[in-house]
Design a protein around this ligand. Structure first.
Ligand code: FMN
Length: 167
């Protein structure tokens, strides 16, 4: 088991928070939002943030305050994808594991610039997926989110994180 003291998260529409709480239940670690600064400075944490154009939101702030031992990005994309891009974009050191989990998407929960950005992105992604018949389960989920919105938060997506944590 890793020497981690807490889980800290940033969530815009709630899906990353759901993963933080699920992981908290599985590990018995306390869970704090980054904004409430509940964990003391220097605490060893797993950091969870929603993915915004490949960036894990809040990570820059989190790494200044905490010792981030693992980073989890929550996005629309499939669990286990975007890993190299996330590592590179966020300048995550090689010693820190990166995980990506499929969360959820709901246009109605977005406001302002985020809503504007996602309207463009949804249009583009719908075109990319249009007519494809070879979709994986995770890609089917993306298409469903694009057209209907919804949550794909599921504890099965935490398997790799728990495998790492328990070893
Ligand atoms: C502006 C914007 C950019 C996004 N960029 C990505 C992305 O790069 N990769 C991805 O998988 N999902 C992306 N998403 C989808 C969100 O990460 C996804 O809906 C996530 O579950 C939101 O988590 P939250 O509910 O904790 O805020 C983006 C969403 C928004 C609004």
């Amino acid at each position: 088991m890793k020497n981690i003291e807490a889980i800290v998260y940033t969530s815009n529409t709630g899906y990353s928070e759901q993963y933080a709480r699920l992981l908290g239940e599985k590990t018995n670690l306390p869970v704090y939002s980054l904004s409430e600064s509940g964990a003391e400075k220097g605490t060893s944490v797993i950091y969870i943030g929603w993915l915004m154009a490949g960036f894990v939101s809040g990570y820059d702030k989190a790494k200044k305050r905490y010792s981030v031992e693992a980073i989890i990005g929550v996005g629309m994309g499939e669990t286990g994808t975007q890993l190299e891009a996330v590592r590179k974009n966020n300048k995550v050191p090689g010693s820190v594991p990166v995980f990506v989990l499929q969360g959820g998407f709901d246009m109605n929960k977005l406001k302002g610039i985020y809503k504007f950005m996602m309207k463009l992105m949804v249009k583009k992604l719908k075109k990319d997926y249009d007519g494809r018949t070879d979709l994986s389960e995770g890609e089917e989920a993306i298409v469903d989110m694009l057209y209907n919105g919804g949550s794909y938060v599921n504890e099965k997506h935490l398997d790799k994180v728990l495998e790492w944590y328990n070893n």
